[in-house]
Write a protein that binds this ligand. Structure first.
Ligand code: ZN
Length: 134
């Protein structure tokens, strides 16, 4: 058995971490799957998905500050669209995460949340949530 759900995300900042844990958990509930895997996938080339701390918002602030330092927006890139930094950051952090489903719930650590990473916003975005029983 498998289930696919699309989650819409409207980002408001140029670089932003959006906590989508509740929407992913809702998709898992809607699937009815008790045990299996959940894949959260972004089909954008300038955004990503990651899992990180959801307790202290300063972690998100530090993440954005440091990734912008590692990959500056302007650095003599060749890509004419002008958003090479966003493409680089998207590949560095990755397009998807896989989470185990146990007892109908996401098997996340107590301090973990699932984040959509916007690197070239604000934009209307979406991620796909695929739930597979097994
Ligand atoms: Zn581009």
């Amino acid at each position: 058995m498998s289930f696919l759900k699309e989650i819409s995300i409207k980002t408001s900042e140029h670089t932003q971490m959006v906590d989508i844990t509740a929407q992913v958990a809702a998709a898992v509930r809607e699937s009815g799957v008790q045990d299996g895997l959940c894949v959260v996938f972004s089909d954008h080339t300038t955004a990503a998905v990651t899992i990180n701390e959801n307790a202290d918002p300063d972690v998100q602030r530090d993440f954005i500050k440091e990734i912008n330092k590692i990959v500056p927006w302007d650095d003599g890139y060749h890509h004419r669209e002008g958003n090479s930094a966003a493409h680089l950051k998207a590949s560095m952090t990755g397009a998807s995460e896989t989470v185990i489903i146990s007892g109908g719930k996401l098997h996340l650590g107590i301090w973990q949340g699932i984040y959509f990473l916007e690197y070239d916003g604000p934009r209307n975005r979406h991620v796909s949530v695929k739930v597979i029983a097994g």
